[in-house]
Structures are given as structure tokens and as C-alpha cells.
Design a protein around this ligand. Structure first.
Ligand SMILES: Nc1ncnc2c1ncn2[C@@H]1O[C@H](COP(=O)(O)OP(=O)(O)OP(=O)(O)O)[C@@H](O)[C@H]1O
Length: 624
């Protein structure tokens, strides 16, 4: 019975870690990295009570389990062989009580270890998310999003397993193994030693199995990651596959990825299909040794004494008790390999999570300046900027935009236009020179303050899966629905929003896929307007929209710029013509600066060429 239950348990463990979500945890490294464990345990502190209860229950369970063979042995020797019916009924009652207590304790132990693991990873996940959102953009330039999602979901799950299936469980299993062996030796050390002759082989094969399954788990996780990545990419890019009728070719690739995943799983299960029979054989040998030696001793005893006259000798009850004890011994040992791997994977997961938490790529925010009013005077003085080392992307840039003025940045792709606006926001810090707002270096301002005064509207509008209202206010409580409606009316988007089912409560689907590009643009303008910034940074969209929307967008931009300092990466002729100053950037350098008319007059100049290249007579921007 115990064995049956055991093999079921093991079966559930056979299945290698599924899911994984890309870049699963590798199972290299030490199972016991005390420093790491100490750090994980720090997160247990708020749940010390649960941890203590789970530990006590685990020790208690090992003790209660040991009662079973003792009770069986007494029942057999004293009451069955002693022909005592009342005593037998009493013992059966005791055994039932033991089972009930064990079941209840098991329930609470499983519940508390799982609750503990989940609580720990909830707190860790909160810290990881909080930390990720404070990291600088340059961290995300180098880190794939899928990797960060894996960290916050599947790597964290492996940490929960440290508690539910690893640490406490291993402790319980080891305790049980020690208690069982100890009890067997205490009962009859000779019988115990002979019965346990195969144990070294069991430990050795468990070790070999643990090592083999470790690498196969790793392979399975790698293949899960490949499968997830393939699926995620192909589902997001489904339109490209269909536009170009690549379904069949992609299917062939999928068959290959799918096959690799299947093969990896079969390989890992293959180890189990070898290991389990080996354990069964060793178990059978133990039983055989027990029966052979035990019965031999009983027969010898019988020749010398009667059974009752040899109370210290081996009895049928001892042999039956030993069979139950052997079962109790083999069950945890069989699972130990899995549990060590679970623990090891949890440790690797923890290591990866702490590496993210230890990333100190956060924008330094020593500035305290936060004046009530910001005029919006912007000065770049001999600014040099590089994303990496000294590969200068901006070279010696100087300009001055007075409050309320509009600066248009133009230039070919890669000229450094976006980089210019990114350093104003302090998404990246400059290498040389200084950037001043209202006469103060931008580093003197608190980052939050600075960003709250600069509204940035980028080309690639990002909308969250939320209502239109929340997408505009970004859940800022102090922005009322009235303000949102007023801003929407200002930019001329109120009517179209009202026409949506639910109006401002219309739920935008993933990344705004249910809205047109023009509508999404208008929403991002309202977002900027309700934040009432002193400075507007705008990367004009190059995507073409219908004439009516174009007009709406143009009016919205004019409205946004009113009374504000604006830096615009300009693609629209109207924006450029009305700008107070135009800067032509080329390979990170200012080539020309002036008004539209001034720059047009430079014969053979960059602006003149760009103008001729980019704009047709209708004055609508063409993408570069
Ligand atoms: N995050 C980044 N990490 C490293 N290099 C970058 C990064 N972003 C841009 N660059 C490089 O900096 C240079 C300037 O890029 P930037 O995006 O500022 O140009 P741009 O004028 O805005 O171009 P576009 O009109 O295509 O948006 C380019 O050579 C680009 O490859």
C-alpha cells in the first residue's frame, strides 16, 4: 500500500519542470550555497511563525510515521500470536488514530510549506518589479524583456519550491531515514545491518541518478524556453507570417522545435525508467535478506527455546515491522534525488533573482530642486553624449530655447535626434558639457520633478490594456475625469472617444490594437496635455494617416505647444515652418541652425537638401 502511494507520488515528480517561460533555471552550482540561502531566508522573517510551525510539523510527522511499524509489531507479537482479541481491537483503534493524526498533520504541513513559499515569492516579486521599474533605460537596451519576465515568473516559482518541495521536505526525509535506521539498529542491530547491506548501492545509484537527471532537466528547460520563445514570437508576428504566406515553412520549423522538446522529455523520463526498477530490485534484495536472516534466527531460536521463552529474539512481529520500516526508508530515498534537484534549481533561481535585484543601474537622483513654477528655458552647452564608452552619438551640441519657443530637430535617421530628447529627460546621462533648465543643471532637479514637467510624446504610442481614461491619467488620482474630458476636447478627440462603446471607459485591448494609429496618437496627446507640462518633447509620427485625422493631429499639436517650450523631432512641414529655431543634425553634430527661411537660403546646405528630399508640395511629411 505504502509502495503504491509512493510510486504515485514519484510519478507526479517524474514530469520534468514544465512551463519555464523562456530561459529556465539551469541546475548547475551548489545545492547548498549558505550565503544565498541566508538571503532567501531573510524573506522568511515576516513568516517566521509559519516556518516554525512547518518545521515542527515535519519533525512530528517523522515521529508519527515511525509509530506505524511499532504498532504493527506489537499487534502481531502480543495480540495475534498471543490470541488476545480485545487487545487486537484496541491496537487497530490505535493504528486508526495514528493514521488520522498523520493525515491531519500532513495536511497542515503541506499547506503551511506551500503558503510559506508563495508568500516569500510574492514579496520577492514585488521587490523585483519595483526594482525593474526603477532601472535606467540603458539596462533594458541590453536585457531582453523575455528574460526579465522569466525572472519574475518562472525563476521565482523555483524559489517557492525550495520551501514546498525542497528544504523542509528534505529535512523531514533525512530525519525519517535517520529515525528508521536508528530504530532498526536499536531493535536488532545484526538483523538491521544484514537487511541494510544494499543501502550503499541505493545511495550510490541515487547519486548517479541525481547527476544524470540534473543535466536532462536542464535540457528540458532549455527546450521549453525554445518552444515558448518560438510560440511567443510567431503568435505576435502572425500577421507577417500570413502576409507572406509562410505558414508551411514556419510549421516545419515548429515541428523541429516540438520534436526536440519531446526528445528531451523522453530522455529525462528514461532515467526514471531505469532508476525506479533499480530501486525496486534493491528493495527486494533487502526484503530477501530480512526474510532469510530473520527466519533463520527464528528457526535457530525455536530449536533452542520455545518462542515465548525468548523475548529478546526475533519474532514474526519484528520481521513484519522491518518490512514496513524498509518501505518507509525507501520512499524518501527514492525522492531525495528529485528534491535535491528542486532545491538546487531553487538556488539557481534565487541567484538569478538576486542578480537582478543587485543591478544598481538606477538613475542617480541626488537633486532636490523642485520649484513651484518652471519657465521652460533650455540650454545645451557643448554637450557630448555616448551610449557606450566614447562612441560619441552627440558631439559638442549647444543651443538655447527660451520659454515658450519651439525648437525643431531635423536630420537623417541615426543623426541623434532621439538621443537629444532622451538626455533632457535624464533617461541617459551626458558625458561632457551641461544641460540646463531655467539656468540650473538638470542634475540639480529631482528626477521625478523634472520628468513631471516634461511631457514626452513618442511616435510608438504605448497603450496599456486598460480603459481610455486610465490610459490618459496613467492612474494618477489627482487627474479628474473632467480634466481628461476638457483635454480631449482641446485636442479634438472627445467626439471619437464618446463614440467608442463605453466612451472613456472603453477597454483598450493589448497595446491599443483596437484603435487606429491616429486615434492612439490623439490619446497620447491628451495624456501629455492633462499632465500640463512646462516643456513638451514630441517625436512626430511619420506614419501616414487620412487627411481628416492629419488635420486633427496638427490642431492637437498646435494646442499642445501653446504657451510651452517645445522640442520637436519634426517630420511635418507645418511644424518646421512655424518653429522658432531649426537644428539640422548630422552624425551627432549640428550642421545648421536657424529659422526655416534662413536655412532655406543656404545654397547647397543640408536643410535645403533635406527639404527638397523629404517634402512634397502638399507639405505632408514623407518618412525618411
Ligand atoms: N539605446 C542605444 N544604445 C546604443 N546606441 C544607440 C541607442 N539608441 C540609439 N543608438 C545609436 O545612436 C545613434 C543616434 O540614434 P538616435 O536614435 O538618436 O537617432 P535619430 O536621429 O533619432 O534616428 P531616427 O530618426 O531613426 O529615430 C545611432 O547611431 C544609433 O545607432
Amino acid at each position: 500500500m505504502a509502495k503504491e502511494k509512493d510510486s504515485k507520488n514519484s510519478e507526479s515528480k517524474v514530469s520534468p519542470p514544465a512551463g519555464g517561460g523562456g530561459g529556465g533555471a539551469t541546475v548547475t552550482g551548489k545545492a547548498f550555497d549558505w550565503k544565498l540561502l541566508k538571503r532567501v531566508m531573510h524573506y522568511v522573517t515576516p513568516y517566521n511563525r509559519t516556518f516554525v510551525i512547518a518545521t515542527i510539523l515535519t519533525i512530528f510527522l517523522a515521529g508519527v510515521a515511525l509509530l506505524q511499524p511499532i504498532l504493527i509489531q506489537i499487534t502481531l507479537d502480543k495480540y495475534i500470536l498471543g490470541n488476545n482479541y480485545n487487545g487486537l481491537v484496541f491496537m487497530v483503534g490505535l493504528m486508526l488514530a495514528q493514521l488520522v493524526v498523520q493525515t491531519i498533520a500532513q495536511y497542515y504541513q503541506t499547506y503551511s510549506t506551500n503558503a510559506l513559499g508563495q508568500s516569500v515569492i510574492r514579496d520577492l516579486r514585488k521587490d523585483v518589479f519595483n526594482h525593474i521599474t526603477s532601472l535606467r533605460l540603458r539596462y533594458f537596451d541590453r536585457t531582453p524583456i523575455g528574460m526579465l519576465i522569466t525572472r519574475t515568473v518562472s525563476d521565482l516559482e523555483t524559489i517557492a519550491d525550495i520551501f514546498s518541495e525542497g528544504l523542509i521536505s528534505i529535512m523531514g526525509d533525512l530525519l525519517l531515514v535517520i529515525a528508521v535506521i536508528g530504530y532498526m539498529l536499536w531493535q536488532d542491530w545484526k538483523l538491521a545491518l544484514i537487511t541494510l547491506i544494499p543501502m550503499p548501492f541505493l545511495f550510490a545509484s541515487t547519486y548517479v541518478f541525481k547527476e544524470a537527471i540534473k543535466s536532462s532537466f536542464q535540457e528540458v528547460r532549455t527546450q521549453v524556453a525554445q518552444l515558448n520563445t518560438f510560440l511567443a514570437e510567431h503568435i505576435s508576428g502572425i500577421s507577417i507570417i500570413q502576409y507572406f504566406a509562410r505558414e508551411e515553412q514556419e510549421m516545419r520549423k515548429f515541428v523541429d522545435v516540438n520534436k526536440k522538446y519531446r526528445d528531451a522529455n523522453i530522455r529525462s523520463n528514461w532515467y526514471y525508467s531505469i532508476f525506479f526498477p533499480v530501486v525496486e530490485i534493491l528493495f527486494a534484495i533487502c526484503i530477501a535478506l530480512l526474510v532469510w536472516y530473520g527466519c533463520k534466527r527464528i528457526l535457530n531460536d525455536q530449536q533452542m527455546h520455545t518462542l515465548s521463552a525468548s523475548p529478546d529474539g526475533i519474532t514474526p512481529g519484528v520481521i513484519t515491522g522491518f518490512i514496513v520500516l524498509l518501505n518507509m526508508l525507501f520512499r524518501p530515498i527514492r525522492q531525495l534525488a528529485d528534491k535535491f534537484n528542486t532545491l538546487q534549481m531553487g538556488m539557481v533561481g534565487a541567484d538569478r533573482i538576486f542578480k537582478v535585484l543587485d543591478t544598481d543601474d538606477v538613475a542617480p537622483d541626488e537633486g532636490k530642486l523642485a520649484p513651484a513654477v518652471l519657465q521652460g528655458d533650455i540650454q545645451f552647452n557643448n554637450v557630448w553624449f555616448a551610449y557606450n564608452d566614447e562612441n560619441w552619438v552627440l558631439k559638442d551640441i549647444s543651443f538655447h530655447v527660451k520659454p515658450g519657443e519651439t525648437l525643431a530637430l531635423v536630420g537623417a535617421t541615426g543623426a541623434g535626434k532621439s538621443s537629444t530628447i532622451n538626455i533632457l529627460n535624464r533617461f541617459y546621462d551626458i558625458g561632457k558639457g551641461d544641460v540646463k533648465v531655467d539656468g540650473h543643471d538638470i542634475r540639480e532637479y529631482s528626477v521625478d520633478y523634472l520628468r513631471s514637467k516634461i511631457a514626452t510624446v513618442i511616435q510608438d504610442v504605448f497603450l496599456f490594456t486598460d480603459t481610455i481614461g486610465n490610459n490618459i491619467s496613467l492612474n494618477r488620482d489627482d487627474i479628474t475625469r473632467e480634466q481628461i474630458i476638457a483635454a480631449a476636447k482641446d485636442v479634438g478627440a472627445h467626439d471619437f472617444i464618446e463614440r467608442l462603446p463605453g466612451g472613456y471607459d472603453y477597454n483598450v485591448m493589448e497595446r491599443g490594437s483596437t484603435l487606429s494609429a491616429g486615434q492612439a496618437q490623439l490619446i497620447s496627446f491628451i495624456r501629455a496635455l492633462v499632465y500640463d507640462p512646462a516643456i513638451l518633447v514630441l517625436d512626430e509620427a511619420t506614419s501616414s494617416v487620412d487627411t481628416e485625422t492629419e488635420l486633427l493631429i496638427q490642431n492637437a499639436i498646435n494646442k499642445l505647444m501653446q504657451g510651452r517650450t517645445a522640442i520637436v523631432i519634426a517630420h511635418r512641414l507645418s511644424t518646421i515652418q512655424n518653429a522658432d529655431k531649426i537644428i539640422v543634425l548630422d552624425h551627432g553634430e549640428i550642421k545648421e541652425m536657424g529659422t526655416h527661411q534662413q536655412l532655406l537660403r543656404i545654397e547647397g546646405g543640408y536643410y535645403r537638401k533635406l527639404y527638397d528630399l523629404q517634402f512634397n508640395s502638399a507639405g505632408i511629411a514623407k518618412s525618411i
